[in-house]
Design a protein. Structure first.
Length: 290
């Protein structure tokens, strides 16, 4: 089946490109080095979402060109879904593509959060092209839309492709709020039923995981599926490097979980959780022993 996009996202995207400010370089015809995507879908997706950063300037101001790119992306989505669903499911794909303008607005807020949350960030373009946390978030927001349409296996394929590039494992079922930022990112794991509020900032090796698993009463040796087993994170939360938030616990607003803390209980608003550091001792060897 040949897919043709029938919605109006191409019109909304062209309008959105025109509204971008200079930080996104959307209207500039930059000749960045080509960077191959892990899978073709991601290459098309990033050009549609941030054309000025991925040599997609020909899309800006041209609804027909954007429509053609949507047709291409939709066809790739159809081919990805078809082995699992035995049909193209054009309605599902169109529903996802219709969301791209709104997803793009969310991603622009994620770029802003990264820029404001990282003293090393020099520009929005640097974040869009080189930050692994943003790459994982970009793919996740689209994969989540596909997951919500009932095509979770293909959504997982997209997430795994992003993981291969970034080292960040976000299950497509996880719900991420606005202004989301993962700094550095290697080893971050976010489970299927995790929920994260607005202005969350995560660092490397953070886990939003399960603590215990329930067994399926009707299937020996099988674990139960489809229940809440991952944390709910509030707004304005910072999760330090190596912190582990495990189980269906609730972390309140304005909470800081510092590096390597292990949390398995609810944490109230305006709380800092930290591990007391062991006493450090030093002994300098005398010159004759060096």
């Amino acid at each position: 089946m040949e897919y043709t996009y029938t919605g109006t996202a191409h019109e909304a995207l062209v309008d959105a490109y025109a509204a971008d400010d200079e930080r996104f370089r959307t209207g500039q015809r930059s000749a960045f080095p080509e960077r191959a995507a892990t899978i073709e879908e991601i290459g098309v997706l990033r050009r549609l979402l941030f054309p000025g950063c991925w040599n997609g300037a020909a899309l800006v101001g041209d609804e027909d060109a954007v429509k053609a790119a949507l047709d291409q992306l939709g066809q790739l989505f159809c081919h990805g879904i078809q082995p699992y669903a035995n049909q193209c499911l054009a309605t599902v794909v169109t529903n996802v593509l219709d969301q791209l303008p709104a997803i793009r607005q969310l991603l622009k807020r994620d770029v802003e959060a990264a820029y404001k949350g990282d003293p090393a960030a020099k520009s929005y373009v640097e974040i869009i092209r080189s930050y692994p946390g943003f790459h994982a978030t970009m793919v996740h927001r689209v994969a989540h839309a596909i997951y919500e349409e009932g095509e979770g296996v293909y959504a997982r394929e997209l997430s795994e492709a992003a993981k291969s590039d970034s080292g960040i494992d976000i299950h497509p079922g996880a719900e991420l709020g606005e202004y989301f930022f993962i700094d550095h990112g290697s080893g971050v794991v976010i489970g299927e039923t995790a929920e994260v509020g607005d202005w969350a900032r995560l660092y490397q090796e953070v886990t939003l995981g399960a603590l215990h698993f329930e067994e399926d009463e009707n299937d020996e040796h099988a674990l139960k599926k489809g229940y809440k087993r991952h944390p709910t994170i509030g707004d304005n939360v910072v999760l330090g490097a190596g912190s582990k938030i495990l189980g269906p616990v609730t972390i309140g607003d304005h909470v800081s979980i510092e590096a390597n803390a292990w949390v398995t209980d609810d944490v109230p608003d305006h709380t800092t959780v930290f591990i007391k550091h062991p006493e450090q001792q030093r002994k300098t060897r005398p010159p004759e022993q060096r």
